[in-house]
Each structure stands twice: as C-alpha cells, then as structure tokens.
Ligand binder design. Sequence first.
Ligand code: ATP
Length: 625
Amino acid sequence: MGTDARIAARAQGLLATFNTAGVLGVADVHVASRLAATTGVEIDPDVLLATALTVRAVRAGSVCIDLARLRDIPPDSETPGGRDPVGAETADLDALPWPDPTTLVEKVRRSPLNGSTTASPLQPLRCATTDDGVDLLYLDRYFRQEQRVRDVLAARAQVAPTVDLVTVTAHLDELFPATSGGDTGIDRQRLAAAVAATRPTTVLAGGPGTGKTHTAARIIALLSTLHGPGIRIGLCAPTGRAAASLQEAVVAQSADLDLPEVTAVTLHRLLGSTRRGSGRFRHDAGNRLPHDVVIVDEASMVSLTMMFHLLDALRPQTRLILIGDPDQLASVDAGAVLADLVHRRHDTPLDGPLAGIVDAVATGDEPDTADRAAIADGVISLRRRRRFGADIGRLADAVRDGDADTALDLLAAGSASVTLVSPDDLDPVRSDVVAWVSAMSTAAIDGDADAALAALASHRVLCAHREGPAGVAVWARLVTAWSATAGSAGPDRLWYPGRPVLLTETDHRAQLYNGDTGVVVSEADRLMVAFARGSLTRLVHPQRLRGVMSAHAMTIHRSQGSQYRSVSVVVPPAESALLTRELLYTAITRATDRVVLIGTPDGLRAGIERKVLRASGLRSSLTQT
Ligand SMILES: Nc1ncnc2c1ncn2[C@@H]1O[C@H](COP(=O)(O)OP(=O)(O)OP(=O)(O)O)[C@@H](O)[C@H]1O
C-alpha cells in the first residue's frame, strides 16, 4: 500500500493516535504542531490535542470548541461540506484517549499557548467562559473576529434611528393593509418593517416562502419614503446566484411599490474585494461603506469572517437588515452568525416607537414575552408559510424541532405529499424521475425552452454526498440509466436536448452563476442551454459555459435557495456525519408539493436527532479565562 495522504508522517503521541483514527486531518496536526513549535517550549500533549481539535472544528464550521464536548467535533474523515467519509478507517471514537475535560480546562488556561491575558502572536489560543459556565477554546483570529462582531452590534444597538411613530404607522398601514399578514395572529411582516424602521440592526428570519423577500421589498419602500430621495441602499447576498435572484425578486415588485433603482451584488462585491481569496476589502473600518441601508439576503450563508468584514465596514448610522433562514445549512466556512443572532439570549426591554407599534397590533397571546424581547433586539421571525402544502410544513417543523417520532408518524400516515421509500424498493422514485427526464426531453426536442425549464423545475434528485453509494455520481448514473431504458434521449453524447445542467463556476460578465441550473434545448439547427431568469428565459450557447456538469442528481448544499415542485431526497447512511437535522430540513423545504425521502426509519431518526455542531460564543456573553 502507498503512503496514505490522510496520515501525517511526523505526528507523534496523541496527535498521531487521533490522526490515525480519522479524527484529525493532516492539516490539523501540522497547524497545531507549528503553533506549538513557535512557543519554543514543551506543550502539554492534551493541550496540543485540543489545539489540533480547534483547527479541526473550524474546518467543520465551528468558531471555537466546547472543551467539555470534544467528542462531538465531526471527525476529519466525515467533513460536512461535501467531502465523503473514508468510513472504514474511522476507529471506535470511544476507545480513544480523550483528555478529562476538567483537567484539560486548567491545562489550557495555564498553557503558554493561551493568550487570554497577554495576547501575542506567540500565544495563538484564547480561552473564554460563557456566563452559563461553558469553557470555550478559540484560535486567536476567530476570537478577535467574534469579539468585534459582538462589540459592533452592541455599539450599534445604543444608537436607535430617530423616527416619528405617526409617520411610520401611516406608511405601514399603506404597505401592509389589514388583510396582508395572514388569517391568524399578528402581521409579522408589518412588524418586521417596523423593526427595520426603528432599530439599527434587523434580523428578519423565516423559512422558505414565509414572505422574506416580499417584506424586504416593502422595507425598501418604507425606508426610502422615510429617508426621501437620494437614499443609498446596498443590496447584497453571499453568492452571485442569490444576488441575482434577489435582484429579480425586487425588480418584480418595484412597479407596484415604486422602489428606487437598486442593484443586488455579492457581499464580496459590496465590500469591494481586492483580489480573489486575498481576504482584503476596499471598504473596512478606515473606508466605510457609504450606504444608508445595507440589506443582506440569504444571510444564513454568511460566515463569521464575512460578517466581521461587513460590520467593520458599516457606518454606525447605516441601517443593517440581515435576512435568512436560521434553520438551513449554514455557511461552508466557520460560523453561523444568523442562527446565533436569532437564538442568543434576548433581554433588551421593548420601548420607544417600536413598543407603540407592537402594542397596537398585539393580540391576547402574541407576541409573547420572549418574542417581545427578540423584537426589541431587532430579531423578528416570519412563521406563516405561503408556498408549500400542510404536510411538508409539518414534516419540516418536526425535523427542525428534532421530533423524530412525529416526523416518522407523518411519513407513515399515507400522505400523498410526504413519503419515505426504502432504498430496496425504488420503483416509486423511478417513475417520478423517468417522468421528469422525459418531460424535459420532449419539450427540449420540440425546442420549447419555457416548457423544458418548467419541467426542470418540477423535480430534483438531491443527495448529501457527492461520492459513495448514496452520492450524486451514483444517482446521476442511475437516473440516466432509468431514463434510457424508458426511451428518453440517452446520454451517448455530452450535449443532447433534455440534458439538465448545473454550473459549477461563476461568470459575472455573462451573468451566469455557480449553482445555476438549466436545460439543453434544440433551437433551429443547434443546441442551446436555457436558463430561467425571473419570468424570462435566457438561451446560452454551450461553448460559452465554464464549468458544467449534468444535474440528474445534485447535492442538497447546491439546492439551497431554490424550490422545486417535488424532490427525491437520498438520505445518506446513518453513520454519515453529513446526515443532520439541518441537512434534512434544507432538503425537505426545497419542495412545494411533494417530498419523497429515500432511506430507512432508523437512518432518518439518526439524522433528525443529530444537530450540526456550530460552536460559537455569540449566543451569550464571554469572559476571557
Ligand atoms: N403578505 C403577503 N400577501 C400576499 N402574498 C404574499 C405575502 N407575503 C408573501 N407573499 C407571497 O408568498 C410567496 C413567498 O414569498 P417570498 O418569496 O417573499 O418568500 P421568501 O421567504 O422570500 O421565500 P424564499 O426563502 O424561498 O426566497 C410569494 O409568491 C409572495 O408574493
């Protein structure tokens, strides 16, 4: 056997043991060893292991580690974010020599690596304790970023915009007429706009189809009216594709609402990224963004580092509005700031004009005390789903709440819109998928691009992994083989009418984005690729596309931000660390009409009960220790 690239050649002691067991990757071992070497003194092996686990945790999406929960850090061999398990080589984790948490906390605090008291580049770790007694260990860089995010948000909260209650209420009445909010309860969309008018920072949370974009457009209208002509609005999203759909959604509403002209860009562009990957931006604390309002859509995908850069570049008087679904899969990079802001402890009293607006719409039990406190902190959650059927909504809620019993009962109840299919009996999935491919194919051969795009949007096969038996590669082959047997145009050529494609690179100039999907159609005597752009159809020659793959199956990560009529979701094996509540919730909420989950009750239960670990200190206050 050759050298295994996953084994660090020079690792010794605990690092070697945890690396061989698949818990630590080579990079974790190297970074920890290098940091230890810079001190010039011997580092306790347990502290060295905790350092490597902190590096590992950051790569898995956490900002820090909880020293009492080292075992919950996903092993390197199963990294969330797309890499696939090497499975067999992951040893029995319980058999490993994990350090005792209490002694470890003491050792880490006293270690020469801990810079909590005298920070220096030679002390790259920071220990901190939350006010409820959880001991956290950070790499200095992430500690500083988190601290800055906390400080900027706290400072912003001190300076509320001045608004006149009567004026705001009059505009709210116009933008949110009495019938708009929902059949029951208070109009949370109206409250969201009231929060945006009266708080320096607003977090607008809600699942798919709860009206976040509808509300965002009205917030733009309200703030534009309050500010008057010349308002500078920065509209952005973490990815090019999300920015493009935000732009389309806002343009679609602009005629009704008389919105000012705005162009949505990526967050990187808004900040003025200097060179790709350099991590530097033209706008920062020394050269702040000029906007009066900055709106970030799909903010659940914004990492701690990007949120740090954004907050650093904001003028104190700029209103910030973060919009997203905190229950979906978070950013690939470390941090889940949106979820932290939604779920952190809220203890600000509700007062000023916002209290007046809330009181005016309050009913007997809404908003409750916790909700009022969240609203006072600028956090408002939309709850009424306007897009999908009741059973999909119930299943999504059960998964989000970690209630596996209810989810499994719903799936067993014979609903037409939510079903669990055994991997050993794929007939129902096969007929859905064949119908989907055949509809794309027929329309594409006829040269009917609109119909081909409608067919494309009618279904998706979603997987957690790219490789492996439950992965995209295997399922894409299965889908094409089923379709070929059923007589749909076969994939004997790369480009053929009816081929669904997924872009894997962004081309800003051509306005084509990583994650866009389209379908190949016949057009006169040539083939073109059709993409939906809002209500319009765009045709692009295949040669103009960079980075294309077939979309017969795609990852759940890539499907974020899109919705389809029905989805077939390949649930990964129970032991896959990618199988989490957030993954299942994201997959289920992609469908408006029907969800077919392919898996076993046990696998599903394992996923629903496993929450992504995204350790951070943002949800409470911290003391360095
Ligand atoms: N108050 C309302 N009255 C009437 N229609 C509404 C209202 N709010 C939202 N809608 C409609 O409900 C649908 C979903 O709204 P919207 O697209 O704003 O949701 P979203 O939360 O942004 O969804 P996603 O996260 O999927 O982008 C849209 O068709 C929108 O026009």
